[in-house]
Design a protein around this ligand. Sequence first.
Ligand SMILES: *Cc1c(COP(=O)(O)O)cnc(C)c1O
Length: 453
Amino acid sequence: MTAETTETTETTETECDADANPPVRRVSDWDADRLADLADEHETPLYVQDLDRTRENCERLLAAFPDADVRYAVKAHTGRAVLEAVREAGLDAECASAGEVDRALAAGFGGDRLHYTAVNPPDRDLDYVVDVAEREPDLTVTAGAVDTLDRLAERGYDGRLCLRVNPGVGAGHHAKVTTGSAPKFGVPYDRAARVAREAAERFDVVGVHAHAGSGIDPDQLDSHRELVARMGNLARDLTDPAADPLDLEYVDVGGGFGVPYREDAEPLDLPAVAEATREAVGDLAGLALAIEPGRYVVADAGVLLTRVNTVKPTPGGTVVGVDAGMTDLLRPAMYDAYHPIRNLGGADGEPDPADRGTASVAVAGPICETGDSFCTDRALAEPARGDLLAIGVAGAYGYEMANQYNSRPRPAEVALADGEARVVRRRERLADLTTVEREAAGAPETAETEVDR
Ligand SMILES: *Cc1c(COP(=O)(O)O)cnc(C)c1O
């Protein structure tokens, strides 16, 4: 993405890219036979994450924001294979905890490509990160409260610091992911300049940061623009040569780039978002623009495969029971999130899904919770026991939010790259559920239950 690229080649590249790198991969675009083979081989529930598609998403971001620093918000998917693919694609890592910093380091991100954003950070996390910063002095810490700055200074930290600002505007697909205006995040906008100048007496203040929330979609561009404009103004204020300027390097306007979960939703027009962003931020006079996409990088590169085990007609409609639940994919239960679902068929003696009628069904998991439901009133090719369902756009906040509630082992994950599939997270066993208890009791390494189940 060099600036030297001539106009002619640029046009050609864009045209080719449009075919090779479409703005979204729908659940209908996945190769059904391939997914069925993977489910047969590795059983269900099974996450499948396509690293090639993950790379394409990185490439589209870099192409749309050619002169921005693009930082992958790793909390969307911290799998080692994903982190390595993203690093190779050229993105930095934005981490929200000591654990994420640890994973990013292990995946080969050097300090100069590591950003740690502390939100009410536990002491343990700060101790760890300050320790890492001694070895990796190019690491940047982003903090959003004066208390956090004090706690960093108390630990002897005087390195690179970015101030997280609460811009007073937010965006998001659900109240629980709208962060831009939530008081939890960032120093209030009208105090930000003063706090940044004071911080510069103790730290190397390199940037200002705001994150509007997750799920910026075409209808919410206005609040994105508003946030970006405010951040541009703040940066100009702080670097005003006439008023004790700070030596800032960048303005980080966060992530939240939406992906179309619904089959009929349009993908984000990334070049248009990039243009709106550049326009809104205004003249940065040498400062870099930084963005922190998480979901956009991984969401449509992942599916969750699950097997139908029960089909139950009820007066209120047909309930399709599957072997994945809210413990495997929490978003529908937590955010009322919509995930597209495709019936890939495979039930003994049943025709190909394309040759079946359509039924309006609810799809529910095995957890003893009413909220353990992926959808209601969803039109699917008439499901039968033994069918395989693909739950689409599951690569972001999917495995990442998986948990062991109801003593359910977490699913396995397979990564696809260059036509090859490899298991990157083995399926948890029943014995994994009790590891920490057995260790606490000083008990033998193996569980009383059958280890391999
Ligand atoms: C979660 C988060 C992001 C990424 O959000 P997405 O919606 O996944 O793009 C970026 N920056 C910060 C600080 C975050 O907390």
